[in-house]
Design a protein around this ligand. Structure first.
Ligand code: SF4
Length: 224
């Protein structure tokens, strides 16, 4: 039995922060990320908050990111691709339409891989019920990066339901990303995010019709 699985989200955060090392959290500013970020910032106020700045986010995402960064005094780090959106489209066209995996690889996976090189502990807001690809997620996993280095990947709300996430935000008076009010249930880059097609599958608006479930940032590292 993995002892971390019996810990609450706050206990997982406390244990990992107490363990020391260089700590970061990847944050897309969606609901579950705000829960984990709130727990982590209270335990470790100087946590580095990594945002994958693909250049393709909704205006509302940038506005919300900047508002929460100012309100919570976050140490925000924007991870960017080696090329601007203009340069990318000059070379590949609208790659998010023709080859979204290639686009995510350039604008998300490679920048994240570079960004994670500086850390020993990586907090995420992943939850098991979000996708079949996340069903086996553990609260604390050891992951090997492509350069051979390992780090702890920590998902304190892995076992939470959607209802628990929203209850936490309400109880802690945390205003959510404004696009939830417009019917979005999972929010990524604008060209790849629709209001969900299947009301029972909150991520069904992501890469709709492309048969894609993950952008790759949670599948490029090797679980040990
Ligand atoms: S989510 Fe879409 S726009 Fe964003 S990096 Fe991936 S394919 Fe490109």
């Amino acid at each position: 039995m993995d002892i971390n699985e019996s810990l609450t989200a706050a206990e997982v955060v406390a244990a990992e922060v107490a363990g020391g090392g260089r700590i970061c959290m990847t944050c897309s500013f969606q609901a579950e990320d705000m829960v984990v970020l709130d727990l982590v910032r209270k335990a470790h106020p100087s946590v580095d908050v990594l945002f994958l700045e693909t250049g393709y986010h909704f205006a509302e995402t940038y506005e919300y990111r900047d508002r929460m960064t100012a309100e919570w005094g976050l140490r925000l780090i924007n991870l960017t691709a080696a090329t601007t959106v203009e340069e990318h489209e000059r070379e590949y066209g609208k790659q998010n339409r023709t080859n979204p995996t290639g686009c995510c690889g350039i604008r998300k996976v490679e920048p994240l891989f570079r960004g994670l090189a500086n850390y020993d502990v990586w907090f995420t807001g992943l939850r098991r019920e979000q996708s079949p690809t996340r069903a086996g997620l553990k609260k604390v996993e050891t992951h090997k990066l492509p350069d051979g280095r390992s780090l702890a990947k920590v998902s304190p709300v892995a076992d939470w339901t959607n209802q628990q996430v929203w209850r936490y935000l309400k109880e802690h008076s945390i205003a959510p990303h404004p696009l939830y009010d417009k019917g979005y249930t999972s929010i990524g880059c604008e060209p790849c995010t629709l209001i969900p097609l299947d009301p029972n599958n909150p991520r069904s608006g992501r890469w709709a019709g492309a048969g894609k479930l993950e952008c790759g940032i949670h599948t490029f590292s090797e679980k040990q």
